[in-house]
Ligand binder design. Structure first.
Ligand code: FMN
Length: 265
């Protein structure tokens, strides 16, 4: 009799462990490329058929919006190009910020949205930096190519961009002025060539005064992005955004990984 009870207990425990194992975070990589370039956010659930229903439901309130311009450099099959703003992973060429955005989505789930302009930026370095400088001087708001559908449904917005001339790229101004973030939580992640985040986080706060800014923003040198998978994953997991009660507690001080002293741009 006792033995039967024991066997039943073991069976129940085994079932519980198996069930818990399927309830992990929503890990998914968007098959973003062309689809995301043309239209609205790519739901995590579409990008990984193995996600559980529970995980999808719990992450439907996360948006990962990012801007990134992978420059046109000859990668020649290597994984990272020193000084260039691209990462090459498994033959795919990604912008530094794009790479970080995709890792964040793998870690916390949510929908990935690429902020793109109607007029694409030049991919060659010199014309790109010149255009960015001109746009900044003029305070331009470049028109965006696509818009986030059902923006209201998101509670957390990861916002990723490169530091351009000590500021956000101008399309970020267009993006932040287009939507009312209300009381959403904004979680910035920024890549740079040596000057860190500059004053971009303050600028975001100024543009969206009602939003809650996650203080623990991620700031990554482009020189380190390709080797920072573990750091990015740990950071995203540490935000505790699936445990909402912990949100306001676990966010002290920005995570500045490196501020390399090489050329700024
Ligand atoms: C137009 C332009 C301006 C830049 N200005 C700065 C800058 O002021 N400070 C800095 O640290 N890096 C600067 N950079 C370097 C980028 O922040 C860095 O390469 C970033 O990782 C690029 O991200 P992406 O590949 O996602 O576009 C600049 C790059 C470009 C293209």
């Amino acid at each position: 009799m006792k033995r039967n009870i024991c066997l039943q207990l073991v069976a129940i425990l085994a079932f519980c462990f198996a069930a818990c194992g399927t309830e992990g975070r929503n890990a998914s990589v968007a098959t973003e490329s062309d689809v995301n370039r043309e239209s609205a956010a790519v739901p995590a659930e579409e990008s990984n058929a193995e996600n559980t229903a529970e995980a999808k439901a719990s992450n439907a309130n996360i948006l990962i919006a990012y801007f990134s311009v992978p420059e046109d450099v000859d990668t020649d099959g290597v994984e990272a190009i020193a000084g260039a703003s691209i990462v090459v992973k498994e033959g795919e060429k990604l912008g530094s910020t794009e790479y970080v955005a995709k890792l964040i989505q793998q870690t916390v789930g949510g929908d990935l949205f690429r902020i793109e302009t109607q007029e694409p930026y030049p991919l060659d370095h010199e014309p790109l930096v010149d255009q960015a400088a001109d746009e900044q001087d003029a305070g331009l708001r470049p028109k965006l190519a696509a818009h986030v559908e059902d923006f209201d449904k998101y509670e957390y917005v990861f916002l990723g961009f490169p530091n351009w001339w000590g500021d956000m790229p101008q399309p970020l101004y267009t993006f932040l002025e287009e939507y009312d973030f209300g009381a959403k939580t904004i979680i910035p992640f920024i890549t740079h060539g040596g000057s860190g985040a500059s004053r971009t986080v303050d600028t975001i706060s100024r543009l969206q005064p009602g939003a809650l800014m996650m203080e623990n923003e991620l700031v990554l040198s482009r020189n380190d992005v390709a080797e920072s998978e573990e750091t990015i994953v740990n950071w995203a997991q540490g935000l505790g955004i699936n445990a909402r009660a912990e949100l306001s507690e676990g966010s002290e001080g920005g995570t500045v990984l490196t501020a390399t002293a090489d050329g700024m741009i």
